[in-house]
Design a protein around this ligand. Structure first.
Ligand code: NAP
Ligand code: 3JN
Length: 350
């Protein structure tokens, strides 16, 4: 069996750690693995699957002889180091938004648009976590009945904002009764002028606002959805909200499909047939997806599927997934697996 030299940039972070876990768990054909981060964590030893790994500082030379480089260290690092990795022959799978909307870069959810990988030039973008779980659940609906409109409200976990945001939620939760003061420094964003506590709170801001009143996270959902579904005509609008949940993003989604006369049961069946989706939808038994139950699971969970009372083509759904797994690490590893399966991991093979 052919094996590959693999690098993870951002290996000390929330997403990077899960990429390492998934590569090991899924028996990715690894010849060697290099864990990279900033100089701050160089020398740190981490344990995964009973093995010890030492983190090194990420530099252009780090990518010599690397076949697959997974990036999750922020867009600025990808902009500088991804071209260095590609120049040295690596296939880069980038978890940041740096290249997602670049027309020459495939933006891929393997169950939805694997054909987009065919045109890669050494770099494949992993979509935003909130986008991935939504398009995974809606693509079977689009294929069967067409899709004209999506209105989504997200309920996002703090792990989407990084390892420090998880620590902040836990520490604020422990201190809440003593009212030890506002220790908020991570949310809505680490760089923002004002910070708000997330424990026992809800923050209707993820990333920064633009002049139209939408946040960057909301625009990511709008633009990435159209690109992945390869349909600019779908109307998409999003409201992205942070909740005091550690892991697992939830989404309330309203859609208008392209056909009249479709029942909720037909929609439920189509979604349940799709790869990677589990339908949990039995109101009589109080069965529906929840983030606590989705944590550490690979699937995207869908429930509360029901027809809109007034619109003949309108439906409501509730979609939940582990944002660090299908939303980031798992999807990235699945992209690499698909490149190997199709024999196109090297851009010279195209
Ligand atoms: P995190 O927990 O804060 O981890 C950040 C990682 O980046 C750490 O490993 C950090 O290393 C590394 N890093 C920071 N500066 C660096 C530098 N100059 N050189 C090399 N490595 C550096 O954040 P996270 O949640 O894992 O997210 C990381 C990135 O992944 C985000 O910025 C985002 O672009 C992407 N992301 C994508 C999704 C998605 O929706 N698909 C979800 C979450 C995050 P040190 O420990 O050395 O500082
Ligand atoms: O907040 C979340 O739940 C998801 C955050 C994703 C994220 C965080 C910082 C920078 C991204 C992303 O992947 O869209 C980025 C980014 O690369 O822009």
């Amino acid at each position: 069996m052919q094996t590959y030299n693999v690098a993870i940039v951002g290996a000390s972070g929330a997403v990077g750690a899960k990429i390492l876990d998934k590569l090991i768990e899924r028996s990715f054909p690894i010849r060697s693995i290099k864990l990279l981060a900033s100089s701050r964590s160089a020398g740190t030893v981490i344990q995964a699957a009973g093995r010890l790994f030492t983190i090194e500082e990420a530099k252009p030379e780090s990518f010599q002889d690397i076949d697959f480089a997974f990036f999750s260290a922020g867009g600025a690092i990808s902009e500088v180091l991804a071209p260095e990795a590609i120049r040295r022959g690596a296939a880069v799978i980038d978890n940041t938004s740096a290249f997602r909307m670049d027309a020459n870069v495939p933006l891929v959810v393997p169950e939805v648009n694997p054909q987009a990988l065919r045109n890669h030039r050494g770099l494949i973008a992993n979509p935003n976590c909130s986008t991935i779980q939504m398009v995974a659940a809606l693509n079977p609906v689009k294929e069967a009945y067409g899709l004209e409109r999506i209105i989504v409200s997200t309920y996002q976990a703090v792990s989407g904002a990084g390892a420090d945001a998880i620590l902040e939620l836990k520490s604020q939760s422990r201190q809440f009764d003593s009212r030890a003061g506002n220790t908020a420094a991570q949310l809505p964003t680490a760089g923002s002028e004002r910070h708000y506590p997330i424990a026992f709170n809800v923050i209707p801001q993820i990333d920064v606002f633009d002049s139209k009143g939408y946040t960057k996270e909301e625009w990511k959902m709008i633009n990435e959805t159209k690109k992945i579904l390869a349909d600019e005509s779908i109307s998409v609008s999003a409201t992205c909200v942070r909740l005091p949940v550690v892991t697992g993003h939830s989404e309330s989604v309203y859609i208008e499909i392209g056909q009249d006369g479709v029942s909720a049961e037909q929609l439920r069946r189509k979604i349940a047939e799709a790869k990677g989706i589990i339908v949990q939808d039995d109101p009589a038994k109080q069965e529906y997806p929840m983030p606590l139950a989705a944590e550490n699971q690979d699937a995207v969970f869908v429930g509360r599927i029901r027809k809109d009372p007034d619109h003949p083509r309108g439906f409501h759904l509730w979609i939940v997934a582990d944002n660090l797994l299908k939303g980031a690490a798992l999807n990235s590893v699945q992209i690499a697996e698909k490149l190997i399966e199709d024999g196109i991991h090297s851009r010279n093979d195209n």
